[in-house]
Design a protein around this ligand. Structure first.
Ligand SMILES: Nc1ncnc2c1ncn2[C@@H]1O[C@H](COP(=O)(O)OP(=O)(O)OP(=O)(O)O)[C@@H](O)[C@H]1O
Length: 284
């Protein structure tokens, strides 16, 4: 039996003055999915998150989250959703622990959970440090910890790893996948196609406020895999990327017969390639 979507967006439009930021968005997200909203700067990702979390009102259309129209959200919806955006205010003059303690009081979460959460985001040893002395990556992990303190059903993450070093990015990815395993639905915006391909069950490719494509990264890759390409490593470490043709196959046979071929892989298009093909523009 099909279950009702946890997020449902229908015919959503948003204008800022005479500029249309979102043009007829339509999508739905099932419980437990990691859904990626992929698009270059200005595509409308943050605007969508703000409407879905009740921070901004659409001009027309509806956004329904956990069965509630976001236009009419009541305060108690925030017990069930966590939001990580660029302007998630932390108390700079408080320690990491005290920041979480403040929010734990609001959400009635016990102290034990704070310690275990600080360990999960690798900030336990720095828990007594003032947030103003934190690096950007540490702050980002603390914001994430705060957003999941009350075990939300849905987590909205607006570019959670933008400007973050690779080590911290990996930790954040692990945490997102752990949350999925516990049943959390994740709405993630990013312009990082590797992040989307690694984490997301489905992605929507957003361009100029419109969804250009939607589907699982694998399904999109198959759909746009028109030209078969091979990545070839020859003796002497020469790397070649060749498109399938009679000539390519003859070359491959020759290299194989003459012991020149080290490795050969077929390459599917990346989300970056697909975005370029669908929209004619690059993701960044
Ligand atoms: N408060 C605002 N007033 C006027 N225009 C706005 C406002 N907020 C967003 N816009 C415009 O709406 C469009 C979509 O912006 P949005 O911030 O949603 O894009 P984005 O995909 O999140 O970009 P980025 O990756 O840079 O954060 C942009 O053209 C932006 O300039």
């Amino acid at each position: 039996m099909a279950t009702a979507p946890i997020i449902e967006v229908k015919h959503l439009y948003k204008n800022f003055g005479d500029q249309t930021a979102l043009k007829n968005l339509d999508f739905s997200i099932q419980n437990g999915e990691i859904f990626g909203f992929l698009g270059p700067s200005g595509a409308g990702k943050t605007t969508t998150i703000k409407i879905l979390t009740g921070q901004l009102v659409a001009n027309s259309g509806t956004a329904t989250v956990l069965g509630n129209n976001s236009y009419y959200f009541k305060e108690d919806i925030y017990e069930h959703i966590g939001v990580v955006t660029h302007d998630s205010g932390l108390y700079e003059s408080l320690s990491a622990y005290d920041n979480l303690r403040t929010f734990a009081r609001i959400f009635n979460v016990d102290k034990m959970s704070i310690d275990s959460l600080l360990k999960r985001v690798n900030l336990y040893n720095d828990r007594k440090k003032l947030v103003k002395k934190f690096s950007q990556g540490m702050k980002q992990r603390l914001i994430l910890a705060r957003a999941i303190l009350n075990r939300p059903q849905i987590l909205f993450l607006d570019e959670p790893t933008n400007g973050i070093d690779p080590g911290t990015t990996q930790k954040i990815h692990q945490l997102i996948l752990e949350l999925k395993n516990f049943g959390t639905t994740v709405f993630l915006t990013t312009h990082n196609m590797n992040e989307a391909a690694k984490l997301c069950d489905r992605v929507a490719l957003l361009n100029n406020g419109k969804i250009a494509e939607i589907g699982s990264p694998q399904a999109l890759s198959l759909k746009y895999n028109k030209k078969i390409q091979y990545k070839i490593l020859l003796k002497g470490n020469t790397v070649l990327k060749l498109t399938d043709s009679d000539e390519t196959r003859q070359k491959i046979n020759w290299w194989m017969e003459n012991g020149e071929l080290q490795t050969i892989h077929s390459c599917e298009p990346t989300l970056e390639d697909i975005f370029l093909e669908v929209t004619g523009r690059k993701l960044k």
